[in-house]
Design a protein around this ligand. Structure first.
Ligand SMILES: NC(=O)c1ccc[n+]([C@@H]2O[C@H](COP(=O)([O-])OP(=O)(O)OC[C@H]3O[C@@H](n4cnc5c(N)ncnc54)[C@H](OP(=O)(O)O)[C@@H]3O)[C@@H](O)[C@H]2O)c1
Length: 243
């Protein structure tokens, strides 16, 4: 039987690359995100299935999940991102709420509704895309780092609550990956976004997808708890070697 994978935030970056690589190793992939046009062209390319998904909206999540097969083997909770880089004294409440809604509540919400299908597979696996922002802090980053620290807490709690069940839980924490992440963070400002990766070689979305595929293709008794992956030129969130 072909194994089923679900990838949230599959319209761009890490999610799109992960969907492609999961299809390459034989998964039937169900793609979710808000930009359906992009999802549909990727789904056509990889013989997957695209459905609209806004992880911040409970009705969108339950509608999305209702269209999935009764058994799902892999859920990649990838939808997320950062909005803004303002210091706490200038915090933008909409930015903070959106980051929490997407990265934290969205991840937990999708998992909640998908859980029965993961359990029904007899060999489920949840991969949560965290960040080194869940392990460190940096000036201007409090809204995002707080959200990704929360992702770590949710991830670890899944591992505890499902102890004894055949469901694996993996957290993958990337450093700088060149995707649309910075464009979104800086509200479409391409110049600001480009500077984030200037004079250094960032990770690619494919590098992270490789890691996801490796984790989910280990034998069923092997749980990869956490992987931290950074470019060689990045030692800490804000310590980047640039030429
Ligand atoms: N790039 C990095 O440096 C980096 C580093 C560490 C961790 N991460 C994490 O990696 C994940 C993927 O980011 P990326 O770098 O690939 O950025 P990206 O290219 O901006 O992709 C983000 C994806 O999330 C989806 N998304 C955003 N809000 C959503 C919502 N409300 N409902 C459903 N989907 C939503 C977007 O799709 P739609 O807009 O079409 O909905 C898009 O497909 C995020 O969780 C991010 O925090 C990124």
């Amino acid at each position: 039987m072909q194994k089923i994978a679900v990838v949230t935030g599959a319209s761009s970056g890490i999610g799109a690359a992960t969907a492609r690589q999961l299809a390459t190793v034989g998964f039937k992939v169900f793609l979710g995100a808000r930009r359906l046009d992009r999802l549909e062209s990727l789904a056509a390319e990889i013989s997957g299935t695209a459905h609209p998904l806004d992880v911040t909206d409970p009705i969108s999540v339950t509608t999305f999940v209702a269209q999935l097969p009764e058994q799902v083997h892999v859920l990649v909770n990838n939808a997320g991102g950062a909005f803004g880089l303002e210091p706490i004294t200038e915090l933008d409440e909409d930015h903070w709420l959106s980051m929490y809604q997407t990265n934290v509540l969205g991840l937990a919400r999708v998992t909640k509704y998908l859980f029965p299908r993961l359990e029904a597979s007899g060999n489920g696996h949840v991969v949560n895309i965290g960040s080194i922002a869940g392990l460190e802090t940096y000036p201007g980053g409090a809204g995002y780092t707080a959200a990704k620290h929360a992702v770590r807490a949710v991830n670890d709690t899944m591992r505890l609550e499902w102890f004894g069940k055949p469901i694996r839980v993996t957290e993958i924490d990337p450093g700088l990956v060149e995707t649309e992440f910075s464009l979104v963070r800086f509200d479409g400002d391409t110049e600001k976004a480009k500077k984030v990766y200037a004079g250094m070689q960032p990770l690619s979305a494919e590098d992270i997808a490789d890691t996801v595929v490796w984790a989910v293709t280990r034998p069923a008794h092997v749980n990869i708890d956490q992987i931290v992956i950074k470019p060689l030129a990045q030692a800490r969130a804000t310590m980047v070697h640039r030429t």
